[in-house]
Design a protein around this ligand. Sequence first.
Ligand SMILES: *[C@@H]1O[C@H](CO)[C@@H](O)[C@H](O)[C@H]1NC(C)=O
Ligand SMILES: *[C@@H]1O[C@H](CO)[C@@H](O)[C@H](O)[C@H]1NC(C)=O
Ligand SMILES: *[C@@H]1O[C@H](CO)[C@@H](O)[C@H](O)[C@H]1NC(C)=O
Ligand SMILES: *[C@@H]1O[C@H](CO)[C@@H](O)[C@H](O)[C@H]1NC(C)=O
Ligand SMILES: CC(=O)N[C@H]1CO[C@H](CO)[C@@H](O)[C@@H]1O
Length: 363
Amino acid sequence: MLKMKATALVTTLFAGCVAAKEKVKNIIVDTDLFSDVDDVGALLLATTLPNSNLLAVNINVPSTYSAHTASALLGYYGHRDVPLGIARPLSNETFFDNWAYELGEYASKVAYHYRDYAKLEWKDGWGMGELERSVEEGTEEAVALYRKVLAEAEDGSVTICSIGFFNNLSGLLNSTADKYSDLDGPALIAAKVAELVIMGGQYPSGSEFNFFGDSPYHTAHVVNNWAGRMTFSGNEMGGNVYSGKGLLDNGPKNDPAKRAYFWYNYGQPRESWDPLTVLYGVEGLGCMFEYEGEGGRNYVFPNGSNEWRYGEAGDDGMRGEQRWLKLKVKNETGGAKLDELYLRGSWANVPTTGCTVSEKEEL
Ligand SMILES: *[C@@H]1O[C@H](CO)[C@@H](O)[C@H](O)[C@H]1NC(C)=O
Ligand SMILES: *[C@@H]1O[C@H](CO)[C@@H](O)[C@H](O)[C@H]1NC(C)=O
Ligand SMILES: *[C@@H]1O[C@H](CO)[C@@H](O)[C@H](O)[C@H]1NC(C)=O
Ligand SMILES: *[C@@H]1O[C@H](CO)[C@@H](O)[C@H](O)[C@H]1NC(C)=O
Ligand SMILES: CC(=O)N[C@H]1CO[C@H](CO)[C@@H](O)[C@@H]1O
């Protein structure tokens, strides 16, 4: 009954906004799956959009729980074998909202309750030591994973969606020849990466958390030195689009993304910085987005603030095309589109066999 209702809703919404049919894209997601639930929305899209061929997920925060959560989500949404990388050294941190004292922690909960879907092992009774060892053994160091996956990909075929911090990408730029490739970081990127799509910054200028929140030097290193095509998704766009309500109201009862949204924001929708970024990364402009700032380049200051500059060819002469994204539809329409895509992805992935969380753990 509920499923039929949701399907009807999805069909109706889709009629109004049909994205241009693009070809399937090779996607790597670089996520700070930890302190905000919109990373879960983004991973739901990366694992379920028909045009997404997810090559790898890299995590740019060191929490052991982030790796277990990503592994559980990948397994649940049918991508158990997608390789997972994480920045080391690992920590046992969990998120605590000591800023607004409003938001809940979801990562350890998703990781634990959906552990049977994960490729990373989590046995009952395990403490931090075992959980950490499981991540050490079951994931790769993030920069090594970038190099491996890029080396194996077709030339010019990879879209990287950066929806968190920049340590791993900075490490990729600094990397040198290894067992995966004779090319150094910049040469490997030039050969393999079609586009780097970044959630971060404010446009045309301002200050945003992904840019300043962890290591603004790494942000500046990546944004100011990356030679290829870059597209930015700014705070002003995702911060005005709310999504998740559809999933909370009409999603499958035991869907992990639905529960993550519930645990994090107590039943309220959430800003959509990361999911919009992945949606663009996979589908391109479609009917949702348009470009701004053509002919200019983003510049990041050492404090992580950024500014769009239209200059002489000079310093930037060797750099690729850069634009920032603007919504072409109303903010509400953008949120409704995301909700519709979350519902499609989650209803298409209700496990029919094997371990179902519903039978084991009613939450
Ligand atoms: C978490 O990490 C800290 C610092 O490394 C350590 O002192 C503590 O024992 C760890 N906690 C658990 C539960 O393993
Ligand atoms: C990469 O090298 C730059 C200096 O060229 C340095 O500032 C940055 O910290 C390095 N990145 C990493 C992840 O170590
Ligand atoms: C919609 O988002 C834009 C920024 O993308 C913002 O300027 C505008 O105020 C928002 N409109 C509403 C009604 O929230
Ligand atoms: C960061 O540095 C730039 C350049 O010095 C300055 O214009 C900007 O106000 C600073 N941003 C913040 C948030 O302090
Ligand atoms: C190889 C490499 O540079 N990896 C970096 C990824 O980011 C972490 C910080 O979170 C650095 O410690 C690593 O050096």
